[in-house]
Ligand binder design. Structure first.
Ligand code: SF4
Ligand code: SF4
Length: 70
């Protein structure tokens, strides 16, 4: 678990900018960046709950790991 703490990864080529992840984030740590993609806020810390990964319809988010590393 320790080696995966604190990571949140977006695969932009899968993201359709639907903002579902932002709506479901209980921490409010996701914001829309200037390109329209979700990113982590600098002020609010991600809780690593995994909800955004679970609800993203396009499998564009990975929490607690790096794409391709599993
Ligand atoms: S839910 Fe998935 S597809 Fe929608 S904005 Fe978030 S990362 Fe992109
Ligand atoms: S893992 Fe949880 S707290 Fe972190 S961005 Fe996703 S929904 Fe928000």
């Amino acid at each position: 678990m320790n080696d995966k703490q604190g990571s949140w990864t977006l695969k932009k080529d899968r993201c359709k900018n639907c903002n579902i992840c932002i709506s479901f984030c209980p921490a409010g740590s996701l914001v829309i960046d200037e390109d329209g993609f979700p990113r982590q806020s600098e002020e609010i810390k991600c809780r690593q709950c995994g909800l955004c990964e679970r609800w993203c319809p396009d499998f564009a988010i990975e929490v607690g790991g790096v794409f391709g590393a599993k």
